[in-house]
Design a protein around this ligand. Structure first.
Ligand code: CS2
Length: 499
């Protein structure tokens, strides 16, 4: 089979093998600028827009992808070499691979190389939406106070050098300033990160920065910028070398960075697009008045579920989510956690079948073809914990409800943070707070609750006596008997309690 490097000129040949964009990409304008062109964006928003662009009347809604950090150089280079094209490989539950070349990213910029070009692009009147996937940790929130962290050296640097920003807050501020000066019109800033009230959080954090750095912009922003909340969902593991070679061997496509994902996809958004929006409902996006209940459900069940399976699975010595969830001790523990600690805090989900949602979630985690890496799931747990698990814990504590599973998970995380699993193999911890976590985890070997003193992660949790007690008990048990034994015991006690 002839192999083709993926780019605009090979699309014609490739169209005989996989589905390719059938619209004229040269006519597509970037009505959207997206910051953070990782796997998730390419499996989700860019995929929805690719579908939409097949109708010529939508040609104003292409995407300009921004690689914001130095770390993003590789994706920028790949997009540049491949004219923005990449293959999306959907792994169905039965293992079938559905391959499709996505063409909605029609421009791309590397911010560290040319910050001015990025600001000018975002301030272009044709651009109506700036969307973000900058990760849970990217919003610069001080978890101890819930406020914007003005002490972050990069934030201070941006406020002193506004024309050469390095953070998303510096970029957005300069963009809004230019839009105001050039009367470029209103703009929507759409967060697509896994944070409860992601639009509200983006607004609060950005306005805090602007109040400090450019207060004269605030009035203009009030009238001209909207921040819809949204809930996004599609499991997108990291692309593995085998994904790249399969694509080459089976389909003859040389793609340096294809994206692999599950077939499930969901996007629920509040319809607050001040400068207009594409007709996304025609490709299955749901628009609702209030996204909060959906977001809370997804973060509390799916994302928290991931962290639970990831942390416990990692300690036992598994390396993928499907392996870990196939362990009955982990699966039963997860189900009990979701049913008895998370479900009670979920409300206002009329018409939503939560039982079916949870069953589906277990199926999605169990997909053996996805092979979602525990390393990916456990990366940046210090930023995920306050968004995925702690809101549930605080609510349960407030109403004196069960926290036995959550305290067990956090105790397991304290032990995980020492850097070894129970087979004495080193764990590859990727976390901006890895050093601090390790220091606390060391002290926790003698005083377990020292781990909870990390305020930037746990906020006021260490003030709860009830949590401290449950946490210490879980910690001692895990260190004495190992995770698996503890899970089995908890699961059977729980079963007896329920009978
Ligand atoms: C995962 C998410 O990062 C994580 O820990 O839970 O990336 C998850 O796969 C997506 O949010 C699925 O929509």
């Amino acid at each position: 089979m002839t192999h083709y490097k993926l780019n605009s000129s090979s699309l014609k040949e490739l169209s005989a093998r996989v589905s390719v964009p059938k619209y004229n990409r040269e006519n597509v304008k970037s009505g959207i600028v997206h910051v953070g062109v990782g796997g998730f964006h390419r499996a989700h928003e860019a995929m929805y827009l690719d579908q939409l662009l097949h109708d010529d009347s939508n040609s104003n809604w292409g995407i300009c992808g921004i690689a914001l950090l130095n770390f993003d150089q590789k994706i920028y280079n790949t997009l540049k070499e491949q004219d923005g094209l990449y293959t999306l490989v959907v792994k169905e539950l039965d293992g079938t691979l559905t391959k499709r070349v996505i063409g909605s990213i029609v421009e791309y910029l590397f911010a560290p190389e040319n910050p001015k070009a990025v600001i000018e692009k975002m301030a272009n009147p044709e651009v109506k939406i700036i969307s973000l996937t900058i990760t849970e940790g990217g919003y610069n929130i001080n978890e101890a106070t819930g406020e914007f962290n003005l002490n972050n050296p990069q934030i201070i640097q941006d406020s002193k050098n506004p024309e050469n920003p390095t953070t998303i807050f510096g970029y957005l501020t300069q963009t809004l300033k230019l839009r105001k000066e050039q009367s470029a019109g209103a703009i929507t800033i759409l967060s697509c990160d896994n944070i409860e009230g992601n639009g509200d959080v983006t607004k609060k954090m950005l306005l805090s920065y602007i109040k400090f750095a450019q207060p004269d912009l605030l009035d203009w922003i009030k009238e001209n910028v909207s921040f819809p909340n949204s809930m996004v969902d599609r499991i997108t593991p990291a692309t593995m070398p085998t994904d790249i070679s399969e694509l080459k061997e089976v389909s003859g496509i040389e793609d340096q960075w294809p994206v692999v994902c599950e077939s499930f996809q969901q996007w629920v958004i509040e319809d607050e697009f001040i400068a207009g929006r594409p007709n996304l409902e025609s490709v299955g996006v749901q628009f609702v008045k209030n996204v909060a209940p959906f977001e809370k459900m997804k973060l509390g069940l799916l994302n928290a579920g991931h962290s639970v399976v990831g942390i416990l699975g990692s300690l036992v010595g598994y390396s993928t989510i499907d392996e870990a969830i196939s362990d009955p001790a982990i699966q039963t523990f997860l189900k009990n956690y979701l049913d008895f600690e998370v479900t009670p805090i979920l409300r206002d989900l009329d018409g939503m079948d939560l039982t079916a949602y949870k069953e589906m979630l277990i199926k999605r985690f169990s997909n053996i073809y996805i092979k979602d890496q525990i390393d990916r799931i456990c990366s940046e747990t210090s930023a995920k914990m306050p968004k995925f698990i702690l809101p549930t814990v605080f609510e349960q504590l407030k109403s004196n409800k069960n926290i036995s599973h959550a305290s067990f998970i956090i105790a397991a995380w304290a032990i995980y943070s020492l850097g070894f699993n129970e087979k004495k193999e080193a764990i590859n911890i990727k976390d901006a707070l890895a050093e601090k976590l390790f220091e606390k985890a060391k002290i926790a070997q003698t005083y377990p609750t020292a781990f909870l003193e990390l305020e930037e992660v746990f906020g006021t949790l260490s003030q709860s006596e009830e949590f401290n007690t449950a946490f210490s008990k879980a910690y001692q048990k895990i260190t004495s008997f190992g995770v698996k034994k503890c899970l089995e015991e908890m699961n059977s006690n729980f079963k007896n309690e329920k009978q």
